[in-house]
Design a protein around this ligand. Sequence first.
Ligand code: UGY
Ligand code: MN
Length: 299
Amino acid sequence: MRLLPILSIIIFGLVKASTSDDGFCSAPPIAESDEKSKPMYWKVTNPTLSPLHLQDLPGFTRSVYKSDHAVITPESHVFSPLPDWTNALGAYLITPAMGSHFVMYFAKMKDISKSGLPPHDVERFIFVVEGAVTLANSSDTIKKLTVDSFAYVPPNFDHSLNCDGSATLVVFERRYEFLPSHATELIVGSTDKQPLLETPGEVFELRKLLPASLPYDFNIHIMDFQPGEFLNVKEVHYNQHGLLLLEGQGVYRLGDSWYPVQAGDVIWMAPFVPQWYAALGKTRSRYLLYKDVNRSPLL
Ligand code: UGY
Ligand code: MN
């Protein structure tokens, strides 16, 4: 029979193809995550700028800007001097020009640098992702803020953030929606001191950095997902979001688009954009999320 030699040639060929380096299943090796041996949130200021196989492709970016969402990745950041700050550079990531009612920006401070005040009636939230700053009012130092610490500053509260080393902050500002007989207070804290909250129907771990009470017109959520975990609710809601992925990687669905995302990426979500996240990779995903709350959409 002539069939046997033919069969052995086919089988030999298949075995060779499945074991060869350039077979149809080959993929670039996945780099081992070094996040564990680095300081907290290290990836936010030291991101992977592009996948290895795209590093020689000029003009490549994962950033996307659409009418109801945006993904702003680190290779797109443009820093310039922050108005009224001394020796500090800022990259505005989300502003009302996109349709948001808040701004979100990175502030990079170094040497002897000092913040300016937000505009009249504007509240401010800062979160330290690298280095350290001190928060002071006109007479006193209030607190030293290191990585993972935050401060909420009520509208029209005289204060400054000072840095004599280096620091990277993520800052949110919003024109405060006053309510009769309610006022917000200065708050300083750190994520690890905030209690874990119930998340009925969901598996992620949730901490809120601000009180859930009526005076506060937004909150900042810290959400943790283990690899393989995802949002059960395919959310569509009236609230707006500004998100910074602090750790890990995964896939974010926004409207009908699915984006691979990693630590350092920022996302703008307009009201009612369908949103969903699944954590992938080998390490925890943690994101920080602005969400407007406690005010009627008719205000
Ligand atoms: O609370 C939220 O709206 C939150 N779960 N949204 C999100 O993670 N995209
Ligand atoms: Mn949401």
